[in-house]
Design a protein around this ligand. Structure first.
Ligand code: NDP
Length: 331
């Protein structure tokens, strides 16, 4: 029947955990939005490294099969009963839980979506909600970067890394970035990195030591994890902040608490979800990000676009360090 057809959409599904090949392009049934929910037809979907963790089982999905994806921009196609403040036709963005954005359409809690300013391109918005709000909480809330600080950003040409460099520079910090190759180094430079270290070729701890005349940095934003964690601690100045917010190279080895004592270091392992808990926090974070895009502080690099059906190729490239800036899927 027509109703049934209307309820079938194409989506990427994961039936078993594993490599990029477990991402399957399938028909799935989607219902109508219930009270407090909206149905959204996605225009652009952001790919994030967290999608890889869920696909592999590093982070646990609630059940199998599931549709991955935590970031998208789309048009509201239906609203649940009794809902005010959201209308069919609204352009909205969302990032975070619930998962399921690798789909032509999805149902979302209305309080998790934010309006997208018409001046911002949907592909840009879809690649900056999760990554931009992450840069926001890392630089403004987790550790507050001030003019005169020196900050170290690993994977400085990555999706989040590119934004951390641009925003950190605009906040008046001296930015040191690490990247794996020359092309990425050139991008990081353009993004306002004052010093770029190719950590595949150079010892980043020795270089940071040299750049800071032996003083170290106020904060390290480390999303690489296993390969960089120990070195990151060594780059910090007295009472510095170690912010480990990801593990692209694998989970870091456990650290004895006592190892922080020599420099009275702070160590945190934050997650965006705990920084956008309330509706006010979400609106504030998204608002700051959109404002910085509009004012030109953040130049969003949508460097890689794939059809949604080819999500497995996007994952392969992201995991193999072939991407820089943001990766976007188009339904
Ligand atoms: P990126 O675009 O940064 O991609 C990952 C990058 O990590 C690669 O391009 C690569 O850059 C670097 N890298 C270093 N070692 C490896 C390795 N062994 N395998 C693969 N990549 C490696 O991804 P995102 O911007 O999506 O995310 C960046 C990180 O931030 C991720 O770890 C993610 O989980 C984390 N994150 C955490 C959040 C939180 O709330 N805690 C929220 C959002 C993101 P290079 O080639 O230069 O080394």
């Amino acid at each position: 029947s027509a109703t049934t057809d209307n309820n079938m959409v194409k989506a990427i599904r994961i039936h078993e955990l594993g490599g990029p090949q477990v991402l399957k392009w399938e028909d799935v049934e989607i219902g109508e939005p219930k009270e407090g929910e909206v149905r959204v037809r996605n225009k652009a979907i952001g790919v994030n490294f967290i999608d890889v963790y869920f696909r592999k089982g590093v982070y646990k999905a609630p059940s199998l099969p599931f549709t991955p994806g935590m970031e998208a921009v789309g048009v509201v196609t239906a609203v649940g009963a009794g809902l005010t403040g959201r209308q069919v036709g609204d352009l909205v963005a969302y990032a975070g839980q619930p998962m399921g954005s690798y789909a032509e359409e999805q149902i979302l809690p209305a309080n998790k979506v934010v309006p997208v300013p018409p001046s911002i391109d949907p592909a840009v918005a879809a690649s900056i909600m999760l990554k931009g709000m992450t840069a926001h909480f890392l630089l403004r809330r987790c550790f507050k970067v001030e003019p005169g600080h020196t900050i170290l950003v690993h994977a400085a040409a990555g999706g989040v890394g590119s934004l951390l460099c641009q925003w950190g520079n605009a906040l008046g910090a001296t930015v040191i970035g690490t990247v794996s190759n020359k092309e990425k180094a050139a991008q990081a430079k353009e993004d306002g990195c004052h010093h770029v270290i190719i950590y595949k070729e150079e010892d980043f701890v020795a270089r940071v030591n040299e750049i800071t005349s032996g003083n170290g940095v106020e904060v390290v934003y480390d999303s690489v994890g296993k390969d960089t964690f120990e070195g990151s601690l060594a780059c910090l100045k007295l009472r510095g902040y170690m912010v480990n917010f990801g593990q692209s190279s694998g989970t870091p080895d456990p650290v004895p608490l006592s190892s922080l004592a020599a420099k009275s270091l702070f160590l945190t392992r934050p997650s965006l979800m705990q920084y956008v808990v309330t509706r006010d926090e979400l609106l504030e974070a998204a608002g700051e990000v959109f404002a910085n895009v509009a004012s030109g502080v953040l130049k969003v690099r949508v460097n890689h676009t794939y059809p949604l059906s080819e999500a497995s190729k996007a994952h392969e490239d992201l995991e193999n360090r072939k991407t820089s800036g943001s990766v976007v899927l188009i339904p």
